[in-house]
Design a protein. Structure first.
Length: 189
């Protein structure tokens, strides 16, 4: 059991890291955020090996970079496969790997948005002149916009990040509930 937990920790860290980097690339391109900064250079360096070959065969879709999104989904499916194999999953559960990968991808995207919003809020208070502050602010802006329309600043303090973080926590709870529901599937006949 301890070895299983160690293997899952290593797999979760590795696949989670690459998924987050690929999603960061996807969101930066979706938001038309320039890559000429420290964050952009890091994301490109970490993801080029997977994205560039796929760009030759996978076109964009409505301006979305599918060559970044597909390997992120594959990484989450690989993690789900390892997790299910280590726990001795049934054939019916193994058939749900694409769905588990999609749920994992949504979970990682939610974590990324959570981190970006939190980083943007902190940098707006203490590091406004940091080179990364503009990147995090630009990444967070589309997710905060609906909340900023609904929640006015309170004494000059923007509470929209707090509201979004609460909603993101709820999303994570729903995704975990969905994941547990998929894992409890009866075996296929």
């Amino acid at each position: 059991m301890l070895v299983t937990q160690i293997v899952l920790l290593i797999a979760s860290t590795a696949f989670g890291f690459i998924t987050l980097a690929l999603l960061a690339r996807f969101f930066m391109q979706w938001g038309r955020i320039p890559f000429r900064n420290q964050v952009g250079h890091f994301v490109i360096a970490v993801t080029d090996w997977a994205v560039m070959p796929l760009r030759r065969v996978i076109p964009g879709l409505f301006g979305l970079d599918m060559a970044s999104l597909l390997p992120a989904w594959i990484a989450q499916m690989l993690y789900a496969t390892i997790e299910l194999a280590l726990y001795g999953a049934s054939a019916g559960t193994l058939a749900a790997i694409p769905l588990l990968g999609l749920i994992g991808l949504a979970r990682m995207a939610t974590y990324l948005v959570f981190f970006v919003v939190l980083a943007a809020a902190i940098l707006s208070w203490v590091g406004q002149h940091s080179p990364a502050a503009a990147v995090f602010d630009a990444l967070a802006r589309p997710f905060l916009a609906p909340f900023r329309r609904l929640i006015p600043p309170f004494n000059g303090i923007d509470l929209s990040p707090l509201a979004l973080l609460v909603v993101l926590q709820i999303v994570l709870m729903v995704l975990e509930w969905m994941r547990q529901g998929v894992l409890a599937l009866p075996p296929a006949f």
